[in-house]
Every structure is written in structure tokens, then in C-alpha cells.
Write a protein that binds this ligand. Structure first.
Ligand SMILES: Cc1ncc(COP(=O)(O)O)c(C=O)c1O
Length: 425
């Protein structure tokens, strides 16, 4: 599509936008009395207005029923988490039995490592990406130490090539083949948090399996953002948070995926708890642990219903809209933002570049702009003008237009503010 850098053109795109009505379903922070241009849905998604209704429902049930709410609330609490199985399975391309929600992301990655990282003398190495999100690095290091091993001997990072910003899928696959039968696990971020690059999860999963390793994905930046087909890709496990593209609120519960092929294996090590125990027999208070079939067999504690309530509000919105409609707008609005940034760069001779891949299969919503000249003052200018972006050291501004609530006119408006920011520095 040929784009134009004009307000009229952007407005035309908004007029044709099938998802435009969903913008009103979100609360926007304001700066100088005006709705902000919110580009940090990749960090903390906006609040769906329905979140409050879902939370109030739990609060009212708690006030009126107290303990009886576990069984007699409109949405009983004892199996509230099971309401996610169907809608969330559509978000990540899974069978309903393969997903559940529990804990938070890093905790869930630890829980998955308990099952899927069982080092032996011969097979003990882990492949991850260079500069993984720090929490993943700490999680891996501490898991390795927990097994009495040295992270330097175990963790193999795949590096970017000299002068390149993005990882090459072929380099990851080559590293998998090189480590070969010493490889126990591949665990990588499906989308790189810094550059917004989407990896070829299908090919990498296949390569890991070929050498006999398990393959898991951190989908923090992928869930609700890109097309996932975890079941068909034969992924062993995955975990994601719900507060980014899934708009479930700060620190809200995380989702997990465990492939069906592992469900009947009750010998896989797990850190159990009563909510993972055979659901029909949970309240019999039996002494021996018998995990539920499916992802529900990885639950441990009773689930945080107040934290899940806004997630349920959001997941139901995703189900109503359908993932394909989201992806269609995502590609168009992100391409429009890319066009605007490139136009402004030409107009003002801007000293910055986009480091996110151009290929649509290799990116979702996020565009990362590397500033060579402007520095942090530009970031501060944008924030002061009501453009909410985020800054990642040493010099990257991340921008994620979100198909549920961003408009094309905002992309145009952002370009004008960016231009003023560069000209007035
Ligand atoms: C890629 C990635 N992994 C892990 C985390 C950590 O998530 P949590 O603090 O919810 O455990 C984040 C948080 O932003 C993230 O972006």
C-alpha cells in the first residue's frame, strides 16, 4: 500500500479501520489534559474498561459470600483459571488442555525448567540468546546452580554477527547442531524485547528436537502480538506474561503452555501443590500427589482470582475480535508508523535508524529506533509532549502501536512531534 504523510490520509485509514470501536473500551493516561499517544503496550498494556467490572464482581462476591465464593460465586473461584483454557488457546495456537494461567512469568519459567531441564553427565547444555531479558538470564543461571553446575559450562549464548542488530535463525540452528547431543534445552525469547525481532520458532524447535533436546519459549512479547502455533510447531513448553499486549494489569498472572505429548507423563518432575492435584479429588485432602491431566497438572497454589479477573476481561475481548483481525491491523499500522519515521528522518536529516527487521514475518507491533545522535533528550521531549515511549539503554526508543487502541492519526501526529523534537533540540 502507498502511504501518505498527512493527517487526511491517516484519518481515512482510521475511517476504514474495523477495530476502531475498541479504542473506546480502554482508559488512556493523559498529559496536559489530552489522551497520550501510547506506544508502550509492549511493556504495560492499557486498562480495558471492563477490567474494573470483572474485578468488582470478585470483590462483591468476596464481600457477600466470603468463603462460599469458592463454589457459589457466579464465576466460582476454585476453577476460575479454567475459564482461560479456551480463549487463551486461540491466542497461542494450542489445544485448550495445553494452556493454563498461574503465578508470574519468571516463576513459571522456573516451574517449566523443573520439568524440562534434567541435566545428565552427557546432556546438560542450554542454548539461549545473547542479551536475553535479564530475568531470563538470572533464571537460567540460578537453575543451573541449583543442579550443582557452573553456568559458564552450561549456558551457550547465540551471538549476533559483528555489525548486525538481529540474530540469524540459521546461526541459532547451527549452534544447536554444534552442541548436538550435549544439548538438554533450548530456551529463547520468541520476540527479542530490545529489537522486536521475531524468531523462526518452528524451525528452531524442529532443530532442537532433532538433536534430542527440549525446546521452550519465553513469549512475553509474543502473546497477543503475533501468530503463534505452539501445538503444531511441537513446542515442548512456553510461558508468557499477561500485562503487555494482553492488557491484564501490572504483575498480573502468567500463562503457560505444555504440549499434549507430555500430558500423560506423570513422571516428569514437577513442583506440585494442591491445585495441580487431580481436580475431582482436590478436596479429599489425600496424601499422595496425582497431577491433573494437561497444563492444569502444573498448577501449584490456589489461584489469585483478583489478579486473573482483568486478564479474563481482556482474553474475552481477544476472543470476540479474533486474532486474524488483530494481525491485519497490526501489520498495517506498524508499516504506517515505519513510513512516518522514515519520512521524518528524510525531512530533518535525523540521525537514527530502525533496527527492527523490515520483513513482516520477523516482527510484530514493536519498532525499535536506535538513536545515533539525538540521545535521551529526545525521549524526554516525547514524554513531555504526551507520547509515551520507552527507553532502553544505551540508546533505543521502543514504539509499539497496538491494534486494539492505536490510531493511524496518532502515527501521523507522532511524526509531527518527533520532527519538532529534533528541530528544537
Ligand atoms: C522477555 C521477558 N522475559 C521475562 C520478563 C519478566 O517477567 P516477570 O517480571 O513478570 O516475571 C519480562 C518482563 O518484562 C520480559 O520482557
Amino acid at each position: 500500500m502507498t502511504f501518505e504523510n498527512s493527517r487526511e490520509f491517516a484519518k481515512q485509514l482510521d475511517a476504514q479501520d474495523a477495530l476502531a470501536k475498541y479504542r473506546d473500551e480502554f482508559n488512556f493516561p493523559k498529559v496536559n489534559g489530552k489522551k497520550t499517544i501510547y506506544f508502550t503496550g509492549n511493556s504495560l498494556g492499557l486498562q480495558p474498561k471492563s477490567a474494573k467490572t470483572y474485578i468488582d464482581e470478585v470483590m462483591n462476591d468476596w464481600a457477600e459470600m466470603a468463603v462460599e465464593g469458592h463454589f457459589f460465586a457466579d464465576k466460582p473461584w476454585w476453577d476460575y483459571h479454567e475459564r482461560f483454557s479456551k480463549p487463551l488457546s486461540k491466542v497461542v495456537g494450542a489445544l485448550p488442555s495445553e494452556v493454563t494461567v498461574m503465578n508470574t512469568l519468571t516463576v513459571n519459567l522456573h516451574m517449566m525448567m523443573v520439568s524440562f531441564y534434567q541435566p545428565t553427565e552427557k546432556r546438560y547444555k542450554i542454548i539461549c540468546e545473547e542479551k536475553a531479558f535479564p530475568s531470563d538470564q538470572y533464571m537460567l543461571q540460578t537453575q543451573v546452580k541449583f543442579h550443582g553446575l557452573n553456568p559458564d559450562d552450561v549456558i551457550v549464548e547465540v551471538k549476533r554477527r559483528e555489525g548486525e542488530y538481529n540474530l540469524r535463525n540459521e546461526d541459532i540452528i547451527a549452534k544447536i547442531n554444534e552442541v548436538g547431543d550435549e544439548l538438554a534445552l533450548v530456551l529463547i525469547g520468541g520476540i527479542n524485547y530490545y529489537t522486536g525481532q521475531v524468531l523462526d520458532m518452528k524451525a528452531i524447535t524442529e532443530a532442537g528436537h532433532k538433536v534430542g533436546a527440549f525446546v521452550g519459549w519465553d513469549l512475553a512479547h509474543a502473546a497477543g502480538n503475533i501468530k503463534l502455533e505452539l501445538h503444531d510447531w511441537n513446542v515442548d513448553f512456553a510461558a508468557w506474561c499477561s500485562y503487555k499486549y494482553m492488557n491484564a494489569g501490572p504483575g498480573s498472572v502468567s500463562g503457560i503452555f505444555v504440549h499434549e505429548k507430555h500430558h500423560s507423563n506423570k513422571d516428569l518432575p514437577r513442583f506440585g501443590g494442591w491445585y495441580g492435584h487431580n481436580k475431582e479429588r482436590r478436596f479429599l485432602m489425600e496424601p499422595n500427589y496425582d497431577p491433573n491431566p494437561g497444563a492444569l497438572g502444573w498448577q501449584s497454589s490456589c489461584t489469585g482470582v483478583l489478579a486473573m479477573a482483568p486478564y479474563l476481561a481482556s482474553v474475552e475481548m481477544f476472543e470476540e475480535i479474533g486474532m486474524e483481525a488483530l494481525f491485519e491491523k497490526r501489520d498495517k499500522i506498524t508499516a504506517y508508523l515505519e513510513f512516518i519515521i522514515e519520512e521524518i528522518a528524510k525531512e530533518v536529516n535525523g540521525n537514527f535508524e530502525l533496527i527492527t527487521p523490515k520483513n513482516l514475518n520477523e516482527r510484530g507491533s514493536q519498532l525499535s529506533v536506535l538513536l545515533h545522535g539525538e540521545g535521551k533528550s529526545l525521549f524526554h521531549y516525547l514524554m513531555k509532549e504526551g507520547v509515551i515511549v520507552d527507553w532502553r539503554e544505551p540508546a533505543v526508543i521502543r514504539l509499539a502501536p497496538v491494534p486494539l487502541y492505536s490510531t493511524y492519526e496518532e502515527m501521523y501526529e507522532f511524526g509531527q512531534i518527533l520532527k519538532r523534537g529534533i528541530q528544537t533540540k
